[in-house]
Write a protein that binds this ligand. Structure first.
Ligand code: GLN
Length: 542
């Protein structure tokens, strides 16, 4: 029987609700329970695929090809449970499904309304496809009080009622701010947020209070009193040294105990060894490497959340701290490229990206890494740029480019309109809709025997997640191979180049997929572990 834990947030956004949900999932899992996590997003986009990552953060892709909210990345990294299409829904998708049904005549005769049609669709989404899950943790995006969240709150209120207290628990995450001038922590915003939740009929069972200072017993008591809770159900959530310490901190504060107590379930001792090991590795590293990430950034590092985490995991694997140096690629354009910015870097990475701005700078960064024999990792766009660089400077095709930037006489990277997935042929056209039409999700890739990647993975066939519209053009394979690039990973039908490497280089790998999406702190992705190791070797040379 699946029990449901609904997680809402109040007071302000960005309190780390996704992380809190993921970490609670991890502790319950450490107690031996089977968990799943889901997210309800109140915006009108059908999925986050069409939103700018600089506004909304990265778009996280699942094995089954869903473009989802970045919180699903936290869920996977903390629990290891692969997310699915059925783990993230937006208001946009719900309405688009309902409107399609309405046009088909599925509701013939009825007036289609928020209650019951929208709320029913939400309830169905939350409760379907659960198998033998013990706990479904369902996070509601946004902040209580937002107009957009109301149908979701109404749906979970109804669910709470239908399932009963034994099967539904409401957790509310709030902020207890420190007011320096008063020298005090303030509980009023939390009281108001709990009231706001009550005004839509939800009585919270556990309060998780984010705070920068220790919450004194008196404040905890006051919150409990005004929010109608036992003191033990008011859980302090202070800043941790690393996000991976949060599961341990929650357990120390009794969060998981309160959840299990709410449901009247047994409380087997959790096995948190995995988390203490990770925390130790992160807080007591034996060295440091610096990795330059050359891309386009406008301050929001959430745009590359999984990448930053995967590099940290590579550090865990090698017991070093990985210092990330985010570099604007345009620095390397023009007549005086500022390569000095790469001086301290022990390795260079060009991550996924879209559009022409900054692309020439990325190509120059690839050339720098290739010629100076600095370890290079190209991910998706970073692999495409590596192939264009090799075509221009090793093969001599000066006009090599990608059709992403317009027509080109040497389309080393081009739009693919047909490709094979398993036994089916997938198609798309140049003028197709933008949403959900990239090559998305997990695809098989065959690794060439004796290649560096075959050694790194220790396998002959792998499966990695994709999210791109363009592909390295297989027609240039022979020329590029003659010039020194090895196509060490190909789609099983041999049509799609998935990995390139330069054998005559300490570490030069470009991958068409996004390995960062599958890396976990307790299971660092082999490519990131190997790349950080190469950076470590490089750091000893310079
Ligand atoms: N813009 C490139 C494409 O669509 C690369 C995408 C990416 O890096 N995710 O193919």
């Amino acid at each position: 029987m699946t029990r449901f834990i609904f997680i809402t947030g109040g007071v302000v956004s960005s309190l780390g609700k996704g992380l809190a949900s993921a970490a609670l999932g991890a502790v319950l899992q450490a107690r031996g329970y089977k968990v799943r996590l889901r997210k309800l997003d109140p915006y009108l986009n059908v999925d986050p695929g069409t939103m700018s990552p600089y506004q909304h953060g990265e778009c996280y892709v699942t094995d089954d090809g869903a473009e989802t909210d970045l919180d699903l990345g936290h869920y996977e990294r903390f629990t290891g449970v692969p997310s699915r299409q059925s783990d993230n829904i937006t208001t946009g998708r719900i309405y688009s499904n309902i409107l399609a049904k309405e046009r088909r005549g599925d509701y013939l005769g009825a007036t289609v309304q928020v209650i019951p049609h929208v709320t029913d669709a939400i309830k169905e989404f939350v409760t379907s496809d659960l198998g033998d899950t013990d706990f479904l943790l369902c996070e509601v995006g946004g902040t209580v009080g937002d107009i957009e969240s109301l149908p979701f709150l109404e749906a979970i209120r109804q669910l709470g009622n239908e399932l009963g207290r034994e099967r539904a628990c409401f957790v509310h995450l709030t902020l207890v701010p420190w007011i320096a001038s008063a020298g005090e922590l303030k509980t009023k915003p939390t009281q108001h947020s709990v009231q706001e939740l009550q005004s839509v009929g939800i009585r919270c069972d556990i309060l998780l209070c984010r705070s920068e200072q220790e919450i004194p017993a008196s404040a905890r008591k006051k919150i409990a009193l005004f929010c109608n809770l036992r003191e033990e159900a008011v859980i302090p959530a202070l800043n941790a040294r690393t996000i991976y310490e949060v599961p341990i901190a929650y357990h120390r504060e009794g969060f998981d105990r309160e959840v299990l107590r709410h449901f009247g379930l047994p409380q087997p001792e959790p096995d948190l060894a995995r988390w203490s090991h990770i925390v130790k590795r992160i807080t007591e590293p034996e060295g440091e490497v610096e990795i330059a990430i050359v891309g386009k950034y406008t301050n929001l590092l959430d745009a590359y959340k999984s990448l930053a985490e995967a590099l940290a995991h590579g550090g865990i694997a090698n017991n070093v701290r990985v210092k990330l140096n985010w570099i604007e690629s345009e620095l390397f354009e023009g007549i005086e490229p500022a390569f000095g910015a790469l001086d301290g870097a022990h390795a260079i990475l060009v991550p996924g990206g879209f559009g022409e701005r900054g692309a020439e700078g990325k190509i120059r960064a690839v050339r720098y890494a290739r010629e100076k024999k600095v370890p290079y990792f190209g991910i998706c766009f970073g692999m495409q740029m590596a192939c264009i660089e090799a075509a221009r400077n090793l093969v001599g095709l000066q006009r090599a480019n990608t059709t992403e930037f317009g027509p080109t006489p040497e389309p080393v990277v081009g739009l693919l309109t047909e490709w094979v997935r398993g036994n089916t042929l997938e198609r798309r056209g140049a003028g197709d809709n933008m949403g959900g039409t990239m090559r998305l999700g997990a695809y098989d890739c065959e690794l060439a025997a004796g290649s560096k990647v075959a050694e790194i993975y220790g396998a002959a066939r792998i499966k990695e997640r994709h999210r791109h519209r363009y592909e390295v053009n297989v027609n240039y394979k022979t020329q590029l191979e003659r010039a020194g690039l090895r196509f060490s990973g190909m789609s099983p039908d041999g049509q799609l180049p998935e990995i390139v490497e330069i054998p005559d280089h300490p570490w030069f790998v470009g991958v068409q997929f996004h390995p960062e999406l599958k890396s976990k702190p307790f299971d660092p992705h082999p490519l990131f572990a190997s790349f950080v190791k190469a950076a470590l070797v490089q750091s000893r040379l310079v």
